[in-house]
Design a protein around this ligand. Structure first.
Ligand SMILES: [Zn+2]
Length: 56
């Protein structure tokens, strides 16, 4: 099972998205919401409240 590179939630097999960066790093996303936040908005998971990596 993969874990979302942004929010840290488990991704059920057959769902979610895989994104390969130019440097060869593979990112997994549970939803387009997570994909957008990381790739488009360039947010860090630790500052986004709804991720598992968020630190108070
Ligand atoms: Zn996610």
């Amino acid at each position: 099972m993969a874990i979302c590179s942004f929010c840290g939630n488990d991704i059920i097999k057959g769902t979610g998205k895989i994104f390969v960066k130019k440097d060869g790093k593979i990112l997994h996303f549970c939803s387009t919401k997570c994909e957008k936040n990381l790739l488009k908005l360039k947010r860090k998971p630790i500052v986004v409240k709804w991720t598992k990596l968020f630190k108070k």
